[in-house]
Design a protein around this ligand. Structure first.
Ligand code: MG
Length: 235
C-alpha cells in the first residue's frame, strides 16, 4: 500500500509565549519594571523587582504582588495590586528575538512560505512583546485573539480560521507550532493542520502532558535545531 502523500507545507503559524521567546524572560522584565515603579530610588526599585523575581521562582501562585505588599507594608501607600498589574502589562519588555529564529523566519519568507502568529494574552502586553521582538516586519499576518474577546482565545478556532482565509491555505499545507498542551493544538488539529509542540526545559509548561489526543501535537520536538530540520523536510 502506498503512503498517502501530504501536500507540501506552505504556511508556518507560530505561537508567541514560550515558543518564539522564553516566557520567564518576560516575567522577569515585568517584575523589574514593577519594582522600578515603586521607588524614585533606582537601587531600591531594583531590590523590589529582584524580590518579586525571587518570590515567583519559589512559588508561582499568581499572588506575587500581594506577597510583596505583605512583606513591605509601607508600599501600600504608593501602590496596590491593580496598579502593579497595569505596570506589568504595559511595560516595554526587554526581549530580543533569538538569532536562530530570525534567520529561520527570513529564510522561510525568502522561500515564499506564508508566516503568521496566533497569540492569546492581554492585548496591550502581547502587542508590546511583538514590538520588542521586531516580529511585525518578519511575518505576513498576526492575530491577537484578545482583540476578539476572551471567548476567542485558544482553543477557539476563530484565529486559525482567519489564518486560513488570509493565507488561502488549508489543512496540512498549514502548520501550528506551540508549547501549550492545554489549548494550542485543539483547533489546528480539528482543522487538519500539522501541529508541532516545541518542548524546552525552561518553558513554564514543559512538564504538562496532554489530556488526550485532541490536545496533543502530532509531533513533539525538543530543540530548535530539530524543529528547523523537521520543517525544512516538509517544505
Ligand atoms: Mg505559548
Amino acid at each position: 500500500m502506498s503512503e498517502r502523500v501530504s501536500p507540501r507545507l506552505q504556511g508556518i503559524i507560530l505561537d508567541l509565549d514560550d515558543t518564539l521567546y522564553l516566557e520567564h524572560e518576560y516575567v522577569q522584565s515585568g517584575f523589574l519594571a514593577v519594582g522600578r515603579s515603586l521607588s524614585d530610588d533606582p537601587d531600591e526599585g531594583q531590590r523590589y523587582g529582584e524580590w518579586l523575581v525571587k518570590r515567583a521562582a519559589q512559588e508561582n501562585d499568581g499572588q506575587t504582588f500581594n506577597h510583596l505588599l505583605t512583606a513591605f507594608p509601607h508600599l501600600g501607600e504608593r501602590s496596590d495590586v491593580l496598579k502593579m498589574v497595569r505596570v506589568y502589562r504595559e511595560h516595554q519588555p526587554d526581549l530580543r528575538l533569538a538569532d536562530e529564529w530570525r534567520e529561520a523566519l527570513e529564510h522561510w519568507r525568502h522561500r515564499g512560505i506564508f508566516l503568521g502568529l496566533i497569540s492569546d494574552g492581554e492585548l496591550v502586553g502581547q502587542q508590546r512583546k511583538v514590538d520588542a521582538l521586531g516580529l511585525e516586519s518578519l511575518l505576513d499576518h498576526i492575530v491577537f485573539t484578545d482583540a476578539y474577546g476572551k471567548d476567542h482565545w485558544k482553543p477557539s478556532p476563530t484565529a486559525f480560521q482567519e489564518m486560513e482565509r488570509v493565507s488561502g491555505l488549508h489543512g496540512p499545507a498549514l502548520l501550528y507550532v506551540g508549547d501549550n498542551v492545554l489549548k494550542d493544538f485543539v483547533a489546528p488539529n480539528s482543522l487538519g493542520w500539522r501541529t508541532v509542540r516545541l518542548r524546552l526545559p525552561l518553558q513554564v509548561r514543559d512538564r504538562l502532558e496532554p489530556a488526550d489526543e485532541t490536545f496533543a501535537a502530532q509531533v513533539e520536538v525538543n530543540s530548535f535545531r530539530v524543529l528547523r530540520d523537521l520543517l525544512e523536510s516538509w517544505l
